[in-house]
Design a protein around this ligand. Sequence first.
Ligand code: 5GP
Length: 192
Amino acid sequence: MASHRLGHLFVVSGPSGVGKGTVIARILEQISGIEKSISVTTRKPRPGEINGKDYFFTSVEEFKEMVKQGQFMEWAEFTGNLYGTPVKWVKDRLSKSIDVILEIEIQGAKQIHSQYPEACLIFISPPSIDTLEKRLKNRATESAEKLALRLSKANQEMSEKHMFQYEVLNDNLDEAVKSLADIVYSKRQVDK
Ligand code: 5GP
């Protein structure tokens, strides 16, 4: 009988605007057997974001109820909004040998690290804080006040990147995708 392995859990963090979503989207296109968890958030949807695809958008009351019911694998507050990873979906995928990517901020990554020491932690870093500021400004999804908050958070996150097992520089998108893909393949190689 073939041995049954659990899927691998990959945690991808990095400052807001670093391009985590773009790198991950390319990984999901290129590699089979890996899926991204859709988080629950109390943040308002940005134009173009779809409920159930980008996030499950919810109210603060409902979010807190979900926390009480133990529905999150981890959750955190980030620049005034709450974000959480649905535990049931992730465990279901892992039990079916499907690898899972969590795209979450650092406090959440810390929670996952202490509960699931086998999880693989990857930090995506920008070439510089200046580049990050430009990217966030170009994205123009935030008010000036929120943008400033995200930038100060970015500086804080950069100072904590040492807790991650891998650092992927997102200067050139193709290279960043390749580095992340190499990490996924090397984890899978260990199972063989
Ligand atoms: P954004 O508002 O830009 O979509 O996300 C803000 C930050 O929250 C990003 O760093 C994103 O990776 C993170 N985030 C998204 N979902 C979750 C989650 O479920 N848990 C945690 N801890 N962070 C999340």
